[in-house]
Ligand binder design. Sequence first.
Ligand SMILES: NC(=O)c1ccc[n+]([C@@H]2O[C@H](COP(=O)([O-])OP(=O)(O)OC[C@H]3O[C@@H](n4cnc5c(N)ncnc54)[C@H](O)[C@@H]3O)[C@@H](O)[C@H]2O)c1
Length: 252
Amino acid sequence: MVKIAISGICGKMGRTLLTSISERTDCEVCCGIDIGEATGCPVPVCKTPAEMQEKPDVIIDYSHPSTLNGLLDYALATGTPVVLATTGYSDAQLQQIRKAAESAALFSSFNMSIGIQLLIALSKKAAAVLGNQFDIEIIEKHHNQKVDAPSGTALMLANALCAEFDPPKHLTYDRHSVRRKREIAEIGMHSIRGGTIVGEHEVLFAGPDECISLRHTASSKRVFAEGSVNAALFLIGKEPGLYDMTHLLDEA
Ligand SMILES: NC(=O)c1ccc[n+]([C@@H]2O[C@H](COP(=O)([O-])OP(=O)(O)OC[C@H]3O[C@@H](n4cnc5c(N)ncnc54)[C@H](O)[C@@H]3O)[C@@H](O)[C@H]2O)c1
């Protein structure tokens, strides 16, 4: 039985993950890490990875970028693999993750759903066919509690699309402060926040007299929870490195 520690266990994703794992027979949650109120949590909860009484086989993190140092220190000191599902890391933190992955097995994806991986693949295919004849705009929608914008998934989509073009496109977040026409090299990024929207990502290709729209909608957080448990099980026993959903799909 694989023992999983959940970082951010008191949060929305942490609680969803607890439920998902409780329905499985191949793994169990042994403890949690969270600075929040842990009353009623069915497993022991501590405030930092270093305080964990039991060494887990793997950690799944859905918390906050501020937890990164503690998680990476623990991974490097104990050889424990970590699934980093938190979003909103700075460029310096992303660099820190790449450096730590030279000595620890880390899995990082800003979106753990398999459908999003397909959306990325389809969007890249569309970009390759449509080229610079079509303007690309990415529209993401999330609940009103989300703190980072644009979503990590929107950035993942945008980066994948930028790499399809030579010269590469650049991202435009704000059109209100400049008065000029849209450039062909732009990918427009739009973040909508409201209600309880779980997560929606749309890639709009707007061309001369026709538009194509590719959209993924997550209707429950369980899609992310299931994806991250699969990532955690995949990561156990892996050599140090930075893994993502493409590696998981390749092995499936
Ligand atoms: N990769 C994905 O597929 C995916 C899917 C959903 C959410 N997310 C990301 O996961 C993260 C958590 O999302 P959520 O909706 O559960 O948020 P949430 O705010 O409900 O939960 C975050 C939890 O982390 C805890 N926390 C915050 N700072 C901490 C610290 N320094 N040390 C220990 N615990 C700390 C909080 O107390 C809280 O319980 C966000 O970054 C979100 O964008 C990623």
